[in-house]
Design a protein around this ligand. Sequence first.
Ligand SMILES: [Fe+2]
Length: 241
Amino acid sequence: MLDLHCHILPEVDDGAASLAEALAMARFCVQDGITHITATPHCHRRCRLLRNDVLPHVARLNEELAKAAVPLVILPGSEIQVTDVAEYRRDFEAGLYCHLGDGRAYTLLEFSWKAEMYPPDAPELAAWLCARGMTPIVAHPERHHYFADDPARLAALVAEGAWLQITVDSLLGNHGRDPATSAERLLMAYPEAVLATDAHNLGRCSGLSVGFTWVTERFGVERAEDLRSRANRVLAALHCP
Ligand SMILES: [Fe+2]
């Protein structure tokens, strides 16, 4: 079972604050049934973690997990914030970004929390990525009020091939009422969805199984299985050791 959005790398962004915390998060994830995590530290203006920054941190954490006998594989990745599509394309083509699994099949995109920073040409970017064989996965759209205020924005992204990553903590109400409502609506509206934890620390580390249980109770086993199988498709496309 893959968690494709997790800030488990220690001391790199606002995620795990220490190696001890990263190892504790890892042990929790293993107990939850997670076998693989794509570490997705932030890549935005204030915390710009590029491929060359991410890869050594991932190697180091895998070494520490092996030493501690924690059976979890950390794969590279990042959560890339897009505010300027031309800039994103330039850095993409220069190979600066770390996509999921350091591959070319899936990438995790985030949009700004500020509506005025949402790029109007985001659907064109989704189409551009898909034309290059890469599926963009939009991080936690249920937490961005402007997607709820203007559902056409998200519909346009999905129409161009984007998937949506719903955060388990949103389903559980841990990000407030509006994200919980939006998360449920998005799961009803879009088959093109995956669940992830977006875990940042031990206090914000829900696991995935509670999310699948939530979906099973609300929407039935088939929907939960479809969400699982999408995550498995992502995992199968990554370069796993
Ligand atoms: Fe995140």
